[in-house]
Design a protein around this ligand. Structure first.
Ligand code: NAP
Length: 486
């Protein structure tokens, strides 16, 4: 049981066309706490028929929603933002319970999620078009930006709140309607966000939650001609599939996919700051973020000192149930994730990596909680070099020159986040310009916020979320050529 002040936040139903409803066949799925295995609640398990109904409701509701002024939509979004903050503690409890992240991180995620609603409430009033100087007498050329229409959002379990508001905020601000399919492991936060959107005055059908069978819901959303846009955050594998499915009726797609972030530490870096940055970039959300440092590339001259200092700090991190206020790291999302991360550690050790941290890695027989690890002597042959680790493991790779660091950093199909630590302005310019990534953190391990464009290149995705660019993905450009003027 989650002890909430505002009990209304857990109706444990889906929201379609302004009604809180069960699945047509009454199917339900349990939501469990990854820290304890406790069943927190059950929620409807929907499929094609319910999704189809949601699409029709979204289409119908969109007619009035798009007619509102940006200012009116902004007022509703502003109220939603205020309600999110007013319920921050309860929302964080729900999020932490179903996802596992420490309560302090969960509170931070709710503030981060709310910041997108606030930002896009403000942007709703700034959807500017253009007046283009005419090339023929007697004409006027203008450009208007119009809402794209019904949008679909499919979101992952690692940020159950922020990955939703990063899509719903700009969609609603632009005048679009949105159908959200949250991850099956973390639907309770999505449902709570929807409760508050309703209280804020978001009309029926404008924001809907359909939880259930991902392939059925995904198929329906991608195939339906009334859905004009899909925004997906999740694995590259599922992103590829959805992009293919959207190709039949040429839907606009935004994809926020996997990463393999390099975290480069040069000899001239401030050691303490680099360690502090690595702790944030690697171990936040137990290493389960798309922008997590995956490969820690360390220059020869600072390598041993960095390894020792990072390992010392990592050994002091508190691993505990997310509800424990002292917890730095909670459980991994499930035992499958635990097995996957363990497999990568075992392979790296078998291929010659050495564990620098002192704590034993596996002390929890239930295979939920893993003690964080630093590995030295990692090499290109290991999976930790190629694959997204998604767990509390920092593999350290040694390099000798700037050119080698750039080559290693770019040697991946992914291009989401990257990080570098140096005190040289020349190194900063040379390396940040050479990195084939959508985002570069220089002397910081924390780069995400609502005002900056978040997104990747290569197999990490298409499009940007947050910032002044985030709303563009939900708009179409309409050019009007007015002729025949005297
Ligand atoms: P995932 O398996 O791709 O799932 C993401 C979402 O897609 C879930 O809602 C899932 O539903 C749904 N889904 C799965 N198969 C589907 C299908 N055939 N059709 C339609 N929907 C389908 O990813 P994940 O394991 O939850 O999330 C981790 C991944 O997300 C990592 O690779 C991470 O890097 C990436 N990520 C990227 C960003 C970014 O901004 N770039 C941010 C966060 C996470 P079910 O839950 O029902 O399976």
């Amino acid at each position: 049981m989650i002890d909430l002040t505002n009990k209304d936040l857990m109706p444990n139903l889906c929201l379609i066309d302004g009604k809180w409803c069960e699945a047509d066949q009454g199917d339900r799925v349990n939501v469990t706490n990854p820290a304890t295995g406790e069943i927190l609640a059950s929620v409807p398990m929907m499929g094609k028929a319910e999704t189809e109904r949601a699409v029709l409701a979204a289409h119908s509701a969109g007619k009035a929603w798009r007619q509102l002024t940006g200012k009116s939509r902004a007022e509703i979004l502003r109220r939603w933002f205020e309600l999110l903050l007013a319920n921050q503690d309860d929302l964080a409890k729900i999020l932490s319970a179903e996802q596992g992240k420490p309560i302090k991180e969960a509170k931070g995620e709710i503030a981060y999620a709310a910041s997108f609603v606030e930002w896009f409430a403000e942007e709703a009033k700034r959807v500017y078009g253009d007046v283009i100087p005419e090339v023929m007498p007697g004409t006027r050329l203008t450009v208007r930006k119009e809402p794209i229409g019904v949008c679909a959002a499919i979101t992952p379990w690692n940020f159950p709140a922020a990955m939703i508001t990063r899509k719903a905020g700009p969609a609603l601000a632009a005048g679009c309607t949105i159908i959200i399919k949250p991850a099956t492991q973390t639907p309770l936060t999505a449902i709570a966000l929807a409760v508050l959107s309703e209280q804020a005055g978001v009309p029926a059908g404008v924001l809907q939650i359909v939880n259930g069978r991902s392939a059925d819901i995904g198929d329906t959303l991608c195939a339906h001609p009334l859905v004009r846009k899909l925004s997906f955050t999740g694995s590259t594998e599922v992103g590829r599939l959805l992009m293919r499915q959207c190709s039949d009726n040429i839907k606009k797609v935004s994809l926020e996919l996997g990463g393999n972030a390099p975290f480069i530490v040069f000899d001239d870096a401030n050691l303490d700051k680099a360690v502090e940055g690595a702790l944030i970039a690697k171990y936040r959300n137990n290493g389960q973020t798309c922008v997590c440092a995956n490969r820690i590339l360390v220059q020869d001259g600072i390598y041993d000192r960095f390894a020792a200092k990072l390992a010392d700090a990592v050994d002091r991190m508190v691993v505990a149930d997310g509800s424990n206020p002292r917890a730095d790291l909670g459980p991994l999302i499930d035992t499958k994730a635990y097995a996957s991360v363990s497999g990568m550690i075992d392979e790296a050790l078998a291929l010659g990596a050495k564990q620098v941290t002192k704590r034993e890695i596996h002390t929890d027989p239930s295979q939920r909680f893993m003690n964080p690890v630093v590995l030295s002597g990692a090499t290109k042959e290991m999976r930790v070099y190629r694959d997204e680790i998604f767990g509390p493991v920092a593999p350290l790779f040694r390099f000798y020159s700037i050119e080698e660091a750039i080559e290693l950093a770019n040697d991946t199909e992914f291009g989401l986040a990257s990080y570098l630590y140096t005190s040289s302005i020349n190194t900063y310019i040379q390396v940040s310009e050479a990195l084939e990534y959508g985002m570069v953190g220089v002397n910081t391990g924390l780069i995400s916020n609502e005002v900056a464009p978040f997104g990747g290149i290569k197999s990490s995705g298409i499009g940007r979320e947050g910032s002044k660019y985030g709303i563009e993905d939900y708009l179409e450009i309409k050019y009007v050529c007015l002729g025949g003027l005297e």
